[in-house]
Write a protein that binds this ligand. Structure first.
Ligand code: COA
Length: 189
């Protein structure tokens, strides 16, 4: 299948990563508020490595975490998109939907807008049966995005993140799911 490198929503371009995105991405990934629900801030080198891994995912699977650009200002504001879950858990193999935005662009509906577009790709083009999302139990802003795009919490899905040390405050995660039929219902409901 042809790689899906570029998408468009009402206010956003979802596009391939550029080397020029690194300064802003490194700044947001070193912002303690943006990274509040992650185990550590990222150094500039770690942010660059993450961009490399995201590009690698696009090369391998033809989809991934798209760089988000505001159409009105041209600013790079973060990422939203789809990724294969990279660890073993009761719900894997699975494709997850995820997001991270720079703080000054929060609360404007951008994460939800890009997430809707990602779901359209997941079900409309990639023909996936289901998409999952998960986050630390206390990350309510992220859970709100999951709910906003019609995902439902799996009440039996809570799990301990295998990449976090035992007893870490972010270890316990909530799991949300949406399948193709539920997605269709959100479109017509
Ligand atoms: C999670 C995040 C992407 C939300 O981005 P956003 O663009 O502000 O989200 P939206 O504007 O699309 O809002 C979606 C919903 O979340 C709510 N929301 C957004 N920020 C919120 C906050 N800080 N507290 C509570 N609710 C919040 C919105 O009100 C909206 O709910 P509604 O549909 O009921 O109105 C952003 O806060 C972020 O980048 N956080 C840090 C990275 C992160 O934690 N990523 C997820 C890791 S799993």
């Amino acid at each position: 299948m042809k790689p899906i490198l570029e998408l468009e929503s009402a206010r956003l371009l979802m596009r391939p990563w550029r080397d020029e995105d690194l300064p802003e991405f490194a700044a947001m990934s070193a912002d303690p508020q943006v990274m509040r629900y992650f185990p550590a801030l990222l150094s500039r080198l770690e942010s660059a490595a993450l961009i490399g891994r995201i590009r690698g995912h696009f090369n391998e699977y033809g989809f991934g975490l798209w760089a988000l650009e505001r159409k009105d200002t041209g600013a790079f504001i973060g990422f939203t998109g789809l990724a294969n879950v990279s660890f073993d858990a009761p719900f894997t193999p699975a494709v997850e939907i995820g997001w991270r935005l720079a703080r000054r662009h929060w609360g404007l509906g951008f994460a939800s807008e890009a997430a809707w577009t990602s779901l359209r790709v997941a079900f409309g083009q990639l023909n996936l049966d289901e998409v999952v999302s998960f986050t630390a139990q206390c990350n309510l802003p992220s859970e709100k995005v999951m709910q906003a795009i019609g995902m439902q919490r799996d009440p039996w899905g809570d799990f301990d993140h295998p990449r976090l040390p035992r007893g870490h405050e972010l270890e316990r995660q909530v799991l949300y799911r949406i399948n193709r039929d539920q997605w269709r219902e959100t479109l017509h409901g």
